[in-house]
Ligand binder design. Structure first.
Ligand SMILES: [Zn+2]
Ligand SMILES: [Zn+2]
Length: 241
């Protein structure tokens, strides 16, 4: 399976990532990606960019060095209600919105039930496109209940290369992918790169998907037409003016 987009990447706007946007774009072009999602951490992360990072993205052209830049954010799920750290006015201006749980900005000692409720809340947020790295070991939720619901609510489930690298999380990620296969829920495979050279590299994710015989037609970024028709339904154009 060959992927045409990597829609979850970070730049030095989040200080625990180490490449500039232009370095990321050049790497994306070099590895033959058609589209690069720039999704820096939304403001609740301790080292995230200021809110203005997310409202000034129009200064970046839609296509740079032949790569379409999808301007987005990785939002933080803040509590068991599924509240996130960007307001609708800001989310509306973005092209790609991931919601993820990160320990520094989430409820301490959350239970499986809290996490399940958090994702239920995210399902009600019409702006969220992607459920980010939900296979992380410390934040298990009721996969059986939520995975079909993600599909019904039009949320893509992310298969995250960085999360898959931990052996504990790999088990969860495989379980999640198997349920996506069972319930025909579309996924997006992403690197979650924090350094340019990780962009467009998904060996662990592709290996796991192959192992479980995951159907390629459910991987949204494995086909350009499939990817852009999904985005066009949401009003995002492949070639904006
Ligand atoms: Zn994350
Ligand atoms: Zn990330």
């Amino acid at each position: 399976m060959k992927l045409m987009a990597d829609t979850h990447t970070h730049t030095i706007a989040s200080s625990h990532a180490y490449s500039t946007l232009l370095e990321n774009i050049r790497q994306a072009a070099q590895v033959g990606l058609e589209c690069l999602g720039m999704t820096d951490h939304a403001p609740a992360q301790p080292d995230s960019p200021h809110l203005w990072h997310f409202v000034n993205l129009s200064v970046i052209p839609p296509v740079v060095e032949g790569v379409r830049i999808l301007k987005g954010a990785e939002c933080n799920i803040l509590d068991e209600t599924g509240r996130i750290d960007l307001e609708p006015e800001v989310l509306r201006q973005l092209e790609w919105r991931i919601a993820s749980i990160h320990a520094p900005c989430y409820k301490k000692d959350a239970t499986l039930e809290d996490n399940t409720n958090a994702y239920l809340g995210v399902c009600d947020n019409p702006y969220i496109d992607v459920i980010g790295h939900s296979g992380r070991g410390s934040f298990r939720y009721d996969y059986e209940k939520l995975i079909p619901l993600f599909g019904e609510r039009g949320k893509l489930v992310e298969i995250n290369e960085s999360t898959l690298k931990s052996s504990y999380s790999r088990k969860n990620c495989t379980e999640i992918a198997a349920l996506c296969k069972k319930h025909r829920v579309p996924v997006v495979v992403d690197s979650d790169a924090h350094f340019a050279l990780s962009i467009g590299r998904f060996p662990a994710a592709l290996e796991m998907l192959e192992e479980i015989g995951f159907p390629e037609e459910l991987v949204i970024n494995a086909d350009s037409d499939r990817f852009w028709s999904y985005l066009e339904q949401k009003g995002i154009q492949k070639n904006p003016d």
